[in-house]
Write a protein of this length. Structure first.
Length: 454
């Protein structure tokens, strides 16, 4: 770590950061009231709001967004004539999935082998703590040189678009000269990285119906159309033999020209079982960052335990399609829905509905803000040059912000490097990464303020 005064201050603040992240992780803030109480998300939102007030933010507000969740906003005025920078994070998290598979409780921050484990530790409660650390370090070293707006979303993981809709209805709220999205991650632990592209996403639910009710498979199986079998055929049509995504009307042959992801590293990061092939063709970077990718997220069907010998009358699935930059999500969704309908066999009744969406994003890495960040990361990560990589995930708000504020520079950094295992069991954050990125963000704000004076 650098011996810069900012770095020394951040290092001294790390014990407090751990305590605060412990408090924030404790909230089971999954923005799905069918799974977790709404009060857990409200508690997290209030915690974030209180933290902003304690740092001197003005106009702190819990914004009621159209999807029924709350985003937290605050404004910290800067020196006269200084630029304004918007800092983004989200306090909602993915569900823990399998509680029994967590080595330590999902909502209890636990230190183990030099990492801090807990749901949201990296994605993205840790991102909010990163913002706090950067601002505190600046206050201790001469003051915050820019005006700062903070927006912390409450439903990013659900893809329901509440904050996007709110921003579109109140475009003046998030105006700024630059935006730092703290919801991405380094390409590799210790390798400073900005994320240059994000895939968009469409989320659809497909239901297949064939019978008025389930039937005894001994009496009717063989002639009665099985809805679950029909659904399996539909889902199988979404992939070629090698696992490549095959949606009628969508091209899937684009090439990624930037930073490459070695296949061996990817196998290790993804924890692919020995002897199991990767799917798709082209380079790993092509598959992750430049091409559409379909995933079946869930299927409604009877579990094996307690299953009866029945021909099923109805079955449904939830499907996501990741959409690369250069491809329009609306058009991609039309192709996906038409494909699902066309591939449904036996004249079965099929219903397809879209339940979430977001456009892909591509940053302008030649903008002045990127030069400021590159210089900051060189100090925070001595001997390392900043890299630009893609990210296969989606942050729909980025495209909304880019549309609303076309002249605003948008940078994506964060704590979700591969070892963090975000969205999986045993998610964790590297405290060293949190420390370095907090230093980088603080120095970026200094550099950016200076660049605007020139």
């Amino acid at each position: 770590m650098s011996t810069h005064p900012i770095a020394e201050t951040v290092a001294s603040l790390m014990p407090r950061a751990k305590t605060e992240l412990t408090e924030l992780v404790r909230f089971r803030s999954v923005a799905d009231w069918a799974q977790f109480p709404k009060s857990e998300s409200e508690g997290a939102a209030n915690w974030v709001a209180d933290a902003l007030r304690a740092e001197g933010f003005q106009d702190v507000a819990l914004l009621d967004t159209p999807d029924g969740t709350q985003s937290v906003y605050g404004y910290l005025p800067g020196p006269a004539g200084a630029p304004t920078v918007l800092l983004y994070a989200h306090y909602d998290v993915q569900p823990p999935l399998d509680d029994a598979a967590w080595i330590s409780p999902a909502f209890e921050l636990t230190e183990r082998d030099g990492r801090w484990y807990g749901r949201g530790a990296a994605d993205c409660k840790g991102g909010f703590i990163m913002h706090l650390l950067a601002l505190r370090a600046l206050k201790a070293n001469g003051g915050v040189p820019v005006g700062v707006k903070v927006i912390v979303e409450g439903s990013e993981e659900q893809g329901t678009g509440g904050l996007q809709q709110y921003a579109e209805a109140h475009p003046e709220l998030l105006t700024s000269d630059a935006i730092v999205i703290g919801d991405a991650g380094n390409f590799r632990l210790g390798l400073p990285t900005v994320t240059a592209t994000l895939r968009g996403m469409t989320l659809v639910r497909v239901q297949v119906d064939t019978l008025a009710g389930n039937l005894h498979s001994g009496m009717f199986g063989g002639a009665a159309p099985d809805a679950l079998a029909a659904l399996i055929r539909v889902l199988d049509s979404l992939r070629a033999e090698d696992g490549s995504t095959t949606v009628d009307g969508l091209t899937a042959d684009a090439v990624w020209e930037g930073l490459q992801y070695p296949e061996g590293d990817f196998r290790d990061d993804a924890r692919v079982l020995e002897g199991v092939d990767l799917i798709g063709d082209g380079s790993v970077s092509d598959r992750l960052w430049a091409r559409p990718a379909v995933t079946v997220l869930g299927i409604d069907c009877p579990p094996v335990v307690g299953a009866t010998p029945s021909v099923h009358a109805s079955a449904r699935a939830l499907i996501s399609l990741r959409v690369p930059p250069g491809m329009d999500t609306v058009e991609a969704n039309k192709h996906l829905m038409a494909h699902l309908e066309a591939k449904t066999p036996w004249n079965a009744r099929v219903k397809v509905e879209q339940v979430g969406s977001g456009q892909p994003f591509q940053a302008d890495t030649a903008s002045p803000a990127y030069a400021s960040m590159a210089a900051a990361m060189q100090v925070a990560y001595p001997g390392q040059e900043m890299q630009a990589a893609g990210m296969g995930g989606s942050i729909p708000l980025c495209n909304t912000l880019q549309t609303l504020y076309p002249d605003t520079e948008i940078l994506l950094i964060g704590l979700s490097e591969p070892e963090a295992q975000i969205h999986a069991v045993n998610e964790s954050v590297s405290p060293e990464e949190l420390e370095r990125l907090s230093v980088a963000e603080a120095l970026f704000l200094i550099n950016y303020a200076e660049s605007k004076k020139a």
